[in-house]
Design a protein around this ligand. Structure first.
Ligand SMILES: [Zn+2]
Length: 223
């Protein structure tokens, strides 16, 4: 399991998300059917590092093409779900998405919003107030994405990992040989996920991708 190091490589950017005023304007202009709801129910904005280029516990790694798609999809707006329960309605929605690269590290940061005072019939939290308090307290902090489409490319041979031509199994080690047939190193096979699209972002008890988390520095809107 790799270390969750990505977050620490973007320290200057973690706190620099869009101001609440801009996020509120986005929520009003893009999403809200009736923007006066924000006068009646206080909005709550928070940011999350939703995906990155680290190897996850399923032996997959997001390729740059997927991460850039996720940023575009989060920017267009995807639902924030409760534990990947896609048959339930969302806890909130994304407002922005940004792909960031620093050296070899890549990640996608997104801003989300919800409003106080929404009750749920059957969910982890009874109300959005409970959900907001869980984020504020650092109890709800891991996130995980649901994606669709894309290609699974073998890290060892570069072929489609689902095809019969690739005989590598993610998580197992293989000898990597040079053109003379000499073993130069051993490598753990994994699947690159390329050209995938973001379906949703979920708050989960433990994320599969190291470093995918709600970012510290959130605060209740004073608006
Ligand atoms: Zn292969």
């Amino acid at each position: 399991m790799p270390e969750a190091k990505t977050l620490f490589e973007f320290p200057a950017r973690l706190m620099k998300r869009a101001p609440d005023e801009i996020l509120l304007d986005l929520a009003k202009s893009r999403n809200a059917f009736d923007p006066s709801v924000f006068d009646e129910h206080r909005p709550f904005f928070f940011s999350a590092a939703i995906s990155n280029g680290e190897l996850d516990c399923y032996y997959t790694r997001m390729a740059t093409s997927s991460l850039q798609n996720y940023a575009a999809d989060a920017d267009a707006g995807v639902s924030l779900q409760d534990s990947h329960w896609e048959w339930r309605l969302g806890l909130g929605r994304s407002l922005t998405g940004k792909y960031e690269k620093a050296g070899e590290s890549e990640q996608v940061i997104a801003d989300f919003y919800t409003v106080c005072g929404i009750k749920f019939n059957d969910a982890t939290y009874q109300t959005t107030d409970d959900f907001i308090n869980a984020i504020r307290a650092g109890i709800a902090k891991d996130v995980s994405i649901g994606f669709h489409g894309g290609e699974f490319v073998c890290s060892v041979c570069g072929l489609d990992m689902w095809s019969w031509d690739c005989w590598h199994i993610p998580g197992l080690e293989y000898d990597i040989k040079d053109k003379n047939g000499d073993v130069i190193r051993r490598e753990e096979a994994f699947a690159w996920v390329a050209k995938a699209r973001l379906a949703e972002v979920s708050v989960v008890y433990k994320g599969a991708t190291p470093g995918a988390a709600i970012l510290k520095g959130i605060f209740l809107s004073r608006i």
